[in-house]
Design a protein. Structure first.
Length: 574
């Protein structure tokens, strides 16, 4: 006799789960996670939605392979994206206008080792082979200068032949920097890799100290341990953290900093990569060093029982999405989108792992962003994520800064408008020779090849989006019910009810949902998005055979059409 059972997945707040969790039906995250969540992002309410497109922001004519993206926020309404490339820094406004280019001494091989901190109109840059420098906005969008910092009373150290400045061309320069509670802190140098220095109180560029050790004088400490603890980064939140190659060191932010009371406590043995830490949802996160262990993202948490900080693997349940992370940036929720997202660029394949974090709702879930190219760097400026992407267009490699924008549905995309609907669209020389996807007046128009800088649409439209479509996928974990014999036994999914919000073109296990019978090929008008529950029935077997893979519900679609998945209810027969 056939037995039937229902499995209800009311949310995807646990994110994509590592394949090694396929048998862990006892883990609470199992019923709230997915086997695959690609090109969707988590919503603060628990569902997932199609990610925005990557709108073209700027193209880098040279130096893209070594470039980095930095945030510079002078005020709430004056923010800039800085593109640091070999021997130059380009300054961009949020509208994509490049307002200045500043010459720098940092060669291609040196850009990756830069660290920075900002205060008002000044960005302080450090590199172990160059004197600390300051990039200053002089009063207008186009007036920027870069100059070496003038430091007074540089600390001295006896390296074996008498006291000499601790920083110099011979001994190296600071490799990390942070401004905190009225002092400028430097961390590590080539000759003193484990030392942290702090300026005088309220005198950022003065490192004066005397035998009297007055409370406002400069401070210094060397992080002692039974292994090398080279300082990689400094950061502060509820404590001043020194992220080192030998673990995490912390100093209570409420403790008064004086020359006689400047110490750090080792809180974790997890080694830290040189990537800049990020702050999200009240926590500091860092990338573990690639030392042969699991190269992933850790969260610094405070253990009230132990009265100390410790590091936890925040991607423990989604380890398969950590593919040699090299860069990350956090986006805090706002009125339009309350989700907190962390973007982690993977060095192995150029994908981006995206964390949806909402601790107040106990939500921590990862999804994966992939594009027809390789992401290499990321920054968030003014609440907007920017990604540096390497793309091949008509067979030639090119580097673009692209903006993750929910108003776009294509990657590498540009948008054009016309005074009156037209079929011929010009000014697309940047796509010459490439086959691109077209969305006109909100409706998918298929693909076309750009020739002579122009494309033709099937019918006149007033607005055209040109770029590269991408596919998305949402797949549940293998079904597991309270009935005996389902897990590992012969079973199949007979039907699935999907709760959607303003979605079109959704397929379930390859079947088009009712209400989407024309797929995504309708022309002239955009397909009408569906909100509500849609049910699809299945015949035959899909997974669930004894000794084989468990049955799943897999939803797929294209970025040409909107999609938001809120829940999945499956009927399982045994």
């Amino acid at each position: 006799m056939t037995q039937r059972a229902m499995t209800v997945q009311s949310n995807f707040s646990a994110g994509a789960l590592d394949p090694h969790l396929a048998a862990r039906t006892d883990v609470s995250a199992y019923a709230q996670g997915g086997a695959e969540l690609t090109n969707v992002v988590g919503l603060p309410h628990g569902g997932v939605t199609l990610r925005g497109g990557l709108a073209r922001f700027a193209e880098l004519a040279e130096g893209g392979e070594a470039a980095r993206l930095l945030r510079f926020e002078f005020s709430t309404d004056q923010v800039y994206l800085l593109v640091v490339r070999p021997l130059a820094i380009d300054v961009y406004l949020p509208d994509g206008a490049r307002t200045a280019t500043v010459a720098t001494p940092y060669a291609a091989a040196e850009v990756a080792a830069l660290a920075w901190t900002q205060s008002l109109d000044t960005l302080i840059l450090v590199h172990p082979d160059h004197p600390p420098a300051k990039l200053m906005r002089q009063g207008s969008h186009s007036d920027w200068t870069l100059a070496d910092l003038v430091l007074a009373n540089v600390p001295k150290h006896d390296f074996g032949s008498g006291a000499e400045p601790v920083w110099s061309a011979a001994r190296g320069w600071p490799r990390s920097v942070f401004l905190h509670q009225g002092r400028l802190y430097f961390g590590g140098s080539r000759a003193r890799p484990q030392t942290v220095w702090g300026s005088r109180a309220n005198a950022f560029f003065d490192f004066a100290s005397t035998d009297e050790a007055l409370d406002d004088e400069a401070v210094e400490v060397t992080l002692d341990n039974d292994r090398v603890c080279a300082v990689q980064q400094l950061y502060a939140l509820d404590a001043l953290f020194a992220f080192t190659s030998g673990g995490l060191f912390a100093r209570d932010a409420e403790a008064i900093v004086t020359p006689s009371a400047f110490t750090f406590r080792r809180s974790s043995e997890v080694p830290t990569a040189a990537a800049r830490p990020a702050e999200i949802d009240g926590s500091v996160l860092f990338i573990r060093a690639d030392d042969g262990g699991h190269n992933t993202v850790y969260e610094v948490v405070y253990d009230y029982e132990m009265q100390s900080h410790r590091a936890e693997d925040i991607a423990l349940l989604a380890g398969h999405l950590m593919r040699h992370p090299v860069d990350m940036a956090a986006r805090l929720g706002n009125e339009a989108d309350s989700a907190n997202h962390l973007f982690v660029v993977n060095g192995d394949d150029g994908s981006v792992a995206v964390l949806n974090s909402r601790k107040s709702q106990k939500m921590t879930g990862w999804t994966l962003l992939v594009t027809a190219g390789r992401a290499t760097r990321v920054a968030v400026v003014g609440g907007v994520p920017y990604v540096l992407v390497r793309r091949e267009i008509a067979g030639a490699p090119r580097w673009f800064v692209e903006r993750l924008d929910p108003a776009f549905r294509l990657d590498g995309a540009v948008r054009r408008t016309a005074a009156a609907p037209t079929e011929t669209w010009e000014g697309l020389e940047d796509f010459e020779g490439a086959t691109v996807d077209l969305i006109g007046d909100g409706a998918p128009l298929g693909a076309a090849r750009v020739e002579g800088g122009r494309v033709r649409t099937p019918y006149p439209v007033a607005e055209l989006e040109v770029g590269f479509a991408f596919d998305w996928a949402v797949e549940t974990m293998p079904v597991a019910t309270s009935g005996e014999g389902v897990v590992g036994g012969r079973h199949r999914i007979t039907q699935a009810a999907i709760r959607l919000h303003r979605s079109a073109g959704v397929r379930v296990n390859g079947r088009v949902l009712r209400g989407h019978r024309f797929g995504d090929t309708v022309l002239d008008v955009p397909p009408e998005p569906v909100t509500g529950v849609r049910t699809v029935r299945f015949l035959g077997w899909r997974g669930g055979r004894a000794g084989g893979e468990g049955a799943t519900v897999r939803l797929t679609g294209t970025s040409r059409l909107p999609a938001t998945i809120l829940s999945v209810v499956s009927e399982v027969a045994q």
